[in-house]
Each structure stands twice: as C-alpha cells, then as structure tokens.
Design a protein around this ligand. Structure first.
Ligand SMILES: Cc1ncc(COP(=O)(O)O)c(C=O)c1O
Length: 395
C-alpha cells in the first residue's frame, strides 16, 4: 500500500469540525419510538400550508414551470415582494430583492457574500443556533451579548450591545422577534443601533422571519423601515413562518443595490435559484395570504396566552411573555443541565421540549416550548409539564 495514503487526515475544516451537533435533535432522537409523546421541540406550525397556496404550485407544475429561473428569482415574485414590503411601510425597489431557497439559505448567502475568515460578528443570545453556526462555517469569529429577563419579558441591555459593536466589527446579526425568546426590538432601539452601525461601517444582518408573527400589531418594527437604501443593511425573510410553508424552502433578501451582483454570483454557486413553481406559490401566498396570517395570529395569540396561563404558576419556573415568534423560553430555577431535564421530561411526562443549551451557553437552565400547535394538544402538553414539576418537587 502507498505509504503516503494516510499522510492527511480525513476530517473536515476545523471550523466545521468544531461545530456542535443539534441538541434539539439529541433530545428528539431520544423520543423516537416512545408512544404518546407530544412534540413541541421544533420550530414549525403543525398546520399544513393552506390550499390556495398548494393549488398555485400545482397549477405552475401543470403549466410546465420546471425550469431554472434567474439567480435573483422570477421578476413577478421580486415585484410582489417589493409591493408587499412597501405596503407594510418599508419602501422597497424590486431590484433590491433576491429570492432565496429559504431563510437559512438567505442567511448563508448574506454571510458568504460579506464575511471573510476572522471577521468579528456580534449576535444576541440565547439565539437560534444557525445564526452562530453559519458565520462560523464562513470562518468568522462570533461574539454574543446576552439577553436577560426583566419585568416578565426578555430584554437587551442596549448599552452592552452597543459596547460590543466596536469599530472594526464586521456584522451585527439581529433577530427580532427572536427565536427562542420571543424578544422584540423597539423602533427606537433600532434607530440607535442603526446610527451606531452606520457610524462604524458595521453591516446589520436583520433576520426578520418572524416580523409578521407578532401579537399586538400587524408587523414588528424592522430596520428596513428606518434605513436608507444604501445603508449597510441586509434583511432576511422567509415564507416558512407567516404562510406555514416550512417545507417549501422559500425566502428572500433585501439588500443595497450595490450588493446585488455579489449576491447573485453567490446564489449561482449555492442553489442557482429557487424552484420556479415554488416561487409561483410564493406570489399567491403574498397576494392572497393576509386573511390567513390574521387568522393564524389570532389563534397563536390565544395559544401563547394559554401557555403563559398554564405554565405561569409552576413554582421555580419563570415564563417570560413572548412579544413575537411562536415560542415560550422558560427559565427553570436550579437547572444546570437542560438536556438532561428535557430528556427526563420526555421520558416521564411524554412532552418533547427543546433544551435551552441548544441556543447557546446562555440558554442553559431554560426550556423552549413551541406553542404553534392545536389547542387541545397544547393544553394537554402544558398539563403534563405542570404535573412533571409538581411531582419533581415531591421526589
Ligand atoms: C430566527 C430564524 N431565522 C430563520 C429561520 C429560517 O427559516 P427557513 O429556513 O425555514 O426559511 C428560522 C427557522 O426556524 C428561525 O427561527
């Protein structure tokens, strides 16, 4: 045998090798095969995509829309997105929109376009793991600024965040409404952050996928409302949450015009384009989906309130009220191993929750509950969780 064959190891890049596996999956895998588990661990509504959207995709397939589209997406979808955002008060030119194959793909495209190895990225935490994992895969160094619970809600210490956004920082990733905490940034806080990042030339990557998943208004405040078209702002959005289209993998980016050629190139080397018939469904989702979003949000608000009511009285468990998104992020006093706690809850109470540590070290001691499920199931699950803690207190 050639003596040089084993001269090189067969590991992936160090950045990739060092990435943690999904702790949500670690708990979920322990639940596979267990009877009667109510799974609330993943971040998706349990409702099927509405039929008017499914029908649009079928019509496009029957019409033979099975070909590549432009890297930037179908002009008709880009225009629909631009009109939609403009209608929400975020004046957008369609030339500044690129269609992507999901929100995750949009974040990856933005990071591959903007980040070089060693770049400093600042992110609030607890955070959705992809928001640190994707820049890490690109070779960036991610620093986190923790949220905290204050007056029954998750909050940011704005001064601390501003202090972390030092000159030379390449990017701030801001996801609000946030997964997993439901934390929302106020328009006044966004104005301060925008001014600060403008002054220091820091890119803002705004993950706005939950902008319509809010409980007291039509849409959350977003940076796009206040920014000028040539600000260093890249906004990521998705069809997954607002239109119950997680499995379709469709999203979009809004960016300064000057960045579009680069985003188009990077898209070419990733997916080249989102599927044409899926894009057609996206047009119909936006054009006809407002009643669906309103009805979904009414139901989701009831479920959020139900969760807060049913879990809020458990001694030692604090249940901050989420302002947006579809999760409760509960802090459990004395919990030092959320993976062990979630696994025990799964085995004893048959409820599947995501362990807080999956959302970064600052999420340790917490559990995430996705409440975007049918009301009776949520009621049963919350009853089981309360029962679990009551009997744990007696153990
Ligand atoms: C904060 C956040 N951003 C982006 C996404 C991506 O959604 P998708 O890739 O389904 O569009 C998710 C999904 O859970 C999310 O929680």
């Amino acid at each position: 045998m050639d003596q040089h064959v084993n001269r090189f190891d067969t590991l992936s890049r160090p950045e990739v090798e060092a990435l943690p596996g999904s702790l949500i999956r670690a708990v979920a895998n322990a639940g596979i095969g267990l009877d009667g588990v109510i799974p609330l661990w993943f971040g998706e509504p349990d409702a099927v995509t509405p039929s008017f959207i499914r029908d649009a995709a079928k019509r496009a397939l029957d019409a033979g829309e099975t070909f590549y589209t432009s890297n930037y997406g179908l002009p008709a979808l880009r225009e629909t997105i631009a009109r939609y955002q403009t209608g929400l008060g975020r004046a957008t030119d369609s030339e500044r929109v690129i269609v992507t194959s999901s929100g995750v793909n949009a974040i990856l495209l933005a990071c591959q376009t903007l980040l070089s190895p060693g770049d400093r990225v600042v992110l609030t935490t607890p955070h959705w793991p992809n928001l640190s994992g994707i820049p890490t895969v690109c070779g960036a160094a991610v620093e986190t600024v923790p949220l905290h619970i204050q007056d029954g809600r998750w909050r940011i210490d704005l001064d601390r965040l501003l202090a972390a956004l030092t000159p030379g920082t390449r990017m701030a990733i801001l996801n609000a409404p946030a997964n997993p905490t439901g934390w929302m940034l106020g328009a006044d806080e966004q104005a301060v952050l925008l001014r600060h990042c403008r002054r220091h030339g820091i890119w803002i990557l705004a993950d706005d996928v939950y902008e319509r998943v809010v409980f007291d208004r039509r849409a959350a405040p977003v940076f796009l409302e206040q920014a000028s078209p040539d600000d260093r702002l890249v906004t990521v959005n998705s069809f997954s949450k607002s239109w119950s289209m997680t499995g379709w993998r469709l999203g979009w980016i809004t960016a300064p015009l000057s960045l579009m050629p680069a985003l188009g190139k990077v898209c070419e080397f990733n997916t080249s384009c989102a599927p044409g018939f899926v894009q057609r469904a996206g047009i119909v989702a936006i054009e006809q989906g407002e009643d669906f979003i309103a009805a979904t949000m009414r139901a989701l608000r009831e479920r959020r309130d139900l969760m807060v009511r049913l879990l809020g009285d458990i001694p030692g468990v604090s249940v901050p009220v989420p302002d947006g998104a579809m999760y409760g992020f509960l802090a459990v006093a004395g919990c030092e191993d959320s993976v062990a706690l979630a696994t025990d809850l799964l085995r004893r109470a048959k409820v599947g929750l995501a362990p807080g540590r999956a959302f970064g070290p600052d999420g340790e001691g917490c559990l995430r509950v996705c409440f975007a499920v049918e009301e009776e199931r949520l009621r049963t699950a919350c009853g089981r969780i309360a029962g679990y803690f009551a009997s744990a207190a007696g153990r």
